[in-house]
Design a protein around this ligand. Structure first.
Ligand SMILES: CC(C)(COP(=O)(O)OP(=O)(O)OC[C@H]1O[C@@H](n2cnc3c(N)ncnc32)[C@H](O)[C@@H]1OP(=O)(O)O)[C@@H](O)C(=O)NCCC(=O)NCCS
Length: 144
């Protein structure tokens, strides 16, 4: 049976959280900070996708994060991360559900997540969550 923690608090992510977020993401295995992760870019992302990204806290400690937004057609999730000390307490599932509910309310019918090919734990996590692995797709990108 899973440990339950009544002191967990879920909050909308705000740009003021950024200093804690950066430190958190930098030390979390499986999270790659990249183009788009400066404070200005995260702030602009949060403004454009208001109320769709969340953090989970236990007291003053950051326990988890999810960045979520959409382009009017598809939803996207980035930086789903739970601290090692807080894993297996359904925090990721709760963060995902909070964001998916926002996407549903915005009329978005499909959500995508990009997973690093070598992140085996993340791949098994998304399969466990019943997300469909898209072997029919390959990602291409261009830096502008
Ligand atoms: C992947 C991650 C977000 C999971 O967070 P979590 O809060 O421990 O996950 P949850 O407790 O919500 O787990 C939900 C379910 O998935 C299962 N699960 C958790 N991690 C799993 C994994 N790596 N593989 C398979 N199943 C997993 C849990 O046992 C639970 O199943 P249950 O409901 O039947 O008991 C966390 O391990 C993490 O932050 N990893 C590093 C960052 C990362 O790789 N993020 C993903 C980027 S795409």
């Amino acid at each position: 049976m899973k440990a339950q923690n009544i002191d967990l608090e879920y909050l909308e992510m705000e740009s003021g959280h950024f200093p804690f977020l950066k430190e958190f993401w930098e030390k979390t295995d499986g999270i790659n900070l990249t183009i788009g992760d400066t404070p200005e870019e995260i702030e602009s992302y949060l403004k454009r996708n208001k109320g769709m990204s969340f953090i989970c806290k236990e007291g003053d400690a950051l326990a988890g994060t999810i960045l979520c937004g959409h382009d009017g057609r598809r939803g996207f999730i980035y930086h789903l991360a739970v601290s090692r000390d807080h894993r297996n307490k359904n925090i990721a599932s709760a963060l995902i559900e909070l964001s998916l509910e926002k996407l549903r309310s915005a009329g978005i019918r499909r959500c995508m997540i990009m997973v690093d090919e070598v992140n085996l734990k993340a791949k098994s996590f998304w399969l466990k969550m019943n997300w469909r692995r898209r072997d029919d797709l390959k990602m291409f990108s261009l830096d502008l």
